[in-house]
Ligand binder design. Structure first.
Ligand code: ME8
Length: 517
């Protein structure tokens, strides 16, 4: 069987980027917020470049876990998820997330798509009735074989598993083992990073068993179109959100332009669902596969100031109170390398804020704006001398910093921001070297040129931090008295180091007040 093609970037019309849809069983924590944040920064990068973007997050609302939690709360499942989903909207707003869509699996557009996909597998002969008997972890909503359990417990949660036995519909996953291996071999970028790709290959090579895709004993789910007594297994419901949100059942024109996805961003815990089940489900339905499944590691907790031992216990709100939304975003995007596990520490976050934001960027902005106000009443002439070595070095640093944003295309947020910080280091060096505070009496024309170049570095800097710190970028833009917004783009024009235009700049409050203690 030939594996379907993966569209290349040049062929595609839209950058369609997804996060997992989260279980609305609690408020979002710093782990779920991490995936969402990386997706948001990358989506903002593509918009800045000038690409058409559709970025989606959402909630995974069916299944046994949610049904049981609702029961514990004494609520109907729908009432419970409606309540919790608000916490997600609040947190994403607090963190300045800019999604184009938020999909809930209880929506009609999703229900229709799930039923259509199940019907396709059924028609393709990929479903059959069988008896499932084995181990189930409700927290993962996943089946495990005896050998996968650790001391008889769930390998992820370490908690007891349940024995489940019932008559279910099965999906012929085994049939897709070879096509999946062929697809991964032909598309080395299908799963990144490489260590995760090898993990997926190893898993498939052990052999794939057919999998139960329906539940007879659960009511909280989407009924199968040909057997209404059974509801869809929650993972075979949830994964379909990616085509539902692309308009499969309610906007076929958009679906044609949007599918296949440019990338699904996921944590390492759900790799086999995304890199094995999902492509097999798409192959069976005759749909093309996403270009990429990009897998990141987990946030762990270190440091001493936190009493919590697990990242899932820390809420973004607690951190935003200290470092603000932009400080939060900057820390996770610059300090967490995409791929390996990473330790979160309170001290690391505050140190990062003071070093990068209060010092490097905040002081630079304060200083330059202060000088512009003091010597030129905030009105710096559009006067420049780009022939000078100091200005040339600054322009080169700006070009290099702008080029580093390309790392966002590989989710390498740290490298992208490291590059941007090269511009702030160069701009601080430029101010030190040119000593504008001595120039007004000695060489006023040179003062105009120096202030103009330093303001231009701040302008380009505001453009370049707009994917990672959209709020701070806008505040800096306003201080610079510029029209429009720093993220108006296209990047190729707005990040080009030129002559700072006539405008009235104002220092105002510090961009990033220092955090003491
Ligand atoms: O798995 N560090 O939902 P979920 C980093 N509903 N990321 C973390 C993390 C941590 N400590 N903990 C969680 C589900 N995440 C399913 C998904 S998709 C069709 C269905 C992030 O609420 C990471 O992205 O348990 C992980 O994959 C996801 O949250 C799991 O979220």
């Amino acid at each position: 069987m030939a594996s379907p093609p993966t569209a290349t970037l040049a062929e595609r019309l839209m950058i369609y980027l997804t996060t997992p849809i989260y279980y609305p069983n609690d408020r979002p924590h710093i782990g779920t917020a991490y995936t969402t944040l990386v997706a948001d920064a990358v989506a903002r990068y593509w918009r800045l470049v000038g690409e058409e973007v559709y970025s989606v997050t959402g909630t995974d609302e069916h299944g046994l876990k949610i049904a049981r939690e609702a029961e514990e709360q004494g609520m109907a499942p729908q009432e419970w998820v409606d309540h919790i989903v608000e916490r997600f909207h609040e947190t994403w707003a607090l963190l300045d997330m800019s999604f184009d869509d938020f999909i809930r699996t209880t929506e009609d557009r999703h229900r229709a798509t799930v039923q259509a996909m199940f019907q396709k597998w059924h028609q393709a002969g990929d479903t059959y009735l069988g008896r499932y008997e084995g181990w189930y972890c409700v927290r993962c909503e996943a089946y495990y074989t005896e050998s996968e359990l650790i001391d008889g417990n769930c390998p992820w949660h370490g908690t007891p598993v349940e024995i489940h036995a019932e008559e279910n519909w099965f999906f012929r996953l085994s049939k897709y083992a070879q096509p999946l291996l062929d697809h991964i071999a032909a598309n080395p970028e299908f799963v990144v990073p490489e260590t995760r790709r090898n993990e997926v290959i190893g898993f498939i090579e052990q052999g794939l068993d057919d999998i139960s895709i329906s539940r007879a004993t659960l009511k909280w789910g989407i009924p199968l179109p040909w057997d209404e007594a059974q509801v869809a297994y929650v993972w075979f419901d949830a994964l379909i959100n990616y085509v539902s949100a692309a308009g499969y059942s309610d906007d076929p024109d958009r679906f044609t332009r949007q599918w296949p996805a440019w990338a699904h961003l996921v944590g390492k815990d759900i790799i086999r669902f995304h890199a094995i089940f999902w492509p097999a489900m798409l192959m069976s339905a005759g749909l093309p596969l996403p270009r990429q499944v990009a897998v990141h590691g987990h946030l762990l907790v270190g440091g001493e100031k936190l009493s919590k031992s697990n990242a899932t216990q820390i809420l973004p709100q607690e951190l935003v109170e200290t470092v603000g939304t932009d400080g939060y975003r900057h820390h996770f995007l610059r300090d967490v390398s995409f791929g390996p596990d990473s330790n979160f520490s309170w001290e690391g976050m505050v140190d990062r804020y003071n070093a990068d934001l209060a010092n490097d960027l905040g002081n630079l902005a304060n200083r330059v704006l202060h000088l512009a106000e003091m010597f030129r009443d905030g009105k710096v002439p559009a006067r420049a001398d780009h022939g000078r070595p100091e200005e040339q070095a600054l322009a080169a640093a700006a070009a290099e910093a702008a080029g580093s944003l390309r790392h966002y295309e590989q989710f390498k947020t740290k490298q992208a921001i490291d590059g941007v910080w090269g511009l702030f280091a160069a701009a601080n060096g430029f101010v030190e070297a040119t000593e504008p505070w001595h120039l007004d009496s000695r060489d006023p024309d040179r003062l105009d040129e120096v202030l103009n170049a330093a303001l231009e570095a701040l302008r380009v800097g505001a453009v370049l931090v707009s994917p990672s710190m959209p709020g701070a970028a806008r505040r800096l833009w306003d201080k610079l008295g510029l029209p429009g917004r720093p993220d108006d783009g296209p990047l190729a024009e707005t990040a080009t180091f030129g002559v700072f235009p006539e405008s009235t700049v104002s220092k105002g409050d510090p961009l990033f007040p220092r955090i003491e203690g």
